[in-house]
Design a protein around this ligand. Structure first.
Ligand SMILES: [Zn+2]
Length: 340
């Protein structure tokens, strides 16, 4: 290790050499390797955390390159799973950090298993359902987690400290009705970077033992409208909250909250997850589709077949993406052409 690698960060007094040492012993779980996940993972890997586990269900597409900082054109051409492409790139950035990449659509059981060994969870997902699951996992394991979201030119961040701040469930209670999503509003990268900056600043505070520097406030902004707010929310902590209250039931860990089919944000895509997890032999499928003369593209993680006007992507764990529709019923019909 080069002596000067972290010298500028160590010169920053609140971190210093002690804080740097603490960072190097910490393990961060990052849920999602899209815009927020690539930003957070790159910052934390450069900062010298000990280990990162990054989980993502998707692969790199051309429309990601505008804001997902770790990915290259080659990743898009090869349809690399994001978690894997991120790992390769992060290892080039800092070979002293251990990077664990997981290609999966995470269930709450998985999340509990991975989070158990971590010191902090960073939310880099694009949906409220998963955030409620992360929230319950974090409360149950008494782990801090950092919420982040962005759309258009706006963003929001909040750091949940179990036993101290209100939790996600206190703040939102239910999934807000779907309003603006990246479908309708798009997104610009400075909005992403601003959320990443807030998330990773708080991560550095927590991981280096500077929790007194946390604001405990909800941060929202619009980089286009030049509007920045920091909102006090401590009074929203509810004593009877089912996730963080006196008698928690962790509702998102007991019910099967994850949907089997989900329309993916801004993608004209439906995801179908089989009720039972089973591994699929992609080589066999590739042979079958090639024999039928279907246009098929294949790597060790996934297989992509075109059924004009749809495109189907099948992952090893049996999960399927149907591109070309936002209609779940239509997507299921396409799915059943291959699976019964
Ligand atoms: Zn709560």
């Amino acid at each position: 290790m080069h002596q000067e690698r972290y010298s500028r960060q160590e010169l920053f007094k609140p971190i210093g050499t002690d804080g740097q040492q603490e960072l190097s012993e910490k393990h961060v779980l990052i849920i999602g390797a899209g815009a927020l996940g690539t930003g957070a993972s790159e910052s934390l890997v450069r900062a010298g955390v000990g280990k990162i586990t990054i989980i993502d269900r998707d692969y790199v597409e051309w429309s990601n390159l505008q804001r997902q900082s770790l990915y290259s054109e080659e990743d898009a051409r090869k349809k690399m799973p994001k978690a894997i492409a991120a790992k390769y790139r992060l290892e080039q950035v800092n070979s002293y950090v251990e990077i664990q990449a997981i290609v999966a659509d995470i269930t709450y059981e998985d999340l509990l298993k991975y989070a158990e060994k971590c010191d902090l969870i960073i939310d880099a997902t694009d949906n409220f359902e998963t955030r409620f699951v992360i929230n319950d996992v974090a409360q149950k394991l008494e782990l801090p987690w950092i919420y982040g979201a962005c759309v258009g030119s706006t963003g929001m961040s909040f750091t949940v400290i179990p036993g101290v701040t209100p939790c996600f469930n206190c703040l939102w209670e239910t999934t807000p009705p779907t309003g603006q999503t990246c479908d309708t509003a798009g997104i610009i990268s400075p909005a992403v970077m601003m959320v990443t900056a807030h998330q990773t600043a708080d991560a550095l505070k927590i991981l280096s033992g500077n929790t007194e520097a946390l604001s405990g406030r909800l941060v929202t902004f619009d980089v286009w409208q030049n509007d920045y707010q920091s909102i006090g929310v401590s009074r929203m902590k509810k004593a009877d909250c089912p996730s963080c209250g006196e008698d928690p039931t962790y509702p998102y860990l007991t019910m099967e909250s994850a949907m089997k089919t989900a329309v993916l944000c801004g993608r004209d895509t439906v995801q179908i997850r089989p009720a039972e997890k089973k591994m699929i032999d992609l080589g066999d499928l590739h042979t079958i589709f090639s024999t039928q003369g279907l246009p098929v593209q294949y790597n060790q993680f996934l297989i992509s077949i075109t059924f004009d006007p749809y495109r189907m992507v099948i992952f090893k764990d049996g999960r399927v993406l149907i591109h070309g529709t936002n209609d779940k019923t239509e997507a299921k019909k396409v799915y059943h052409r291959v699976f019964n």
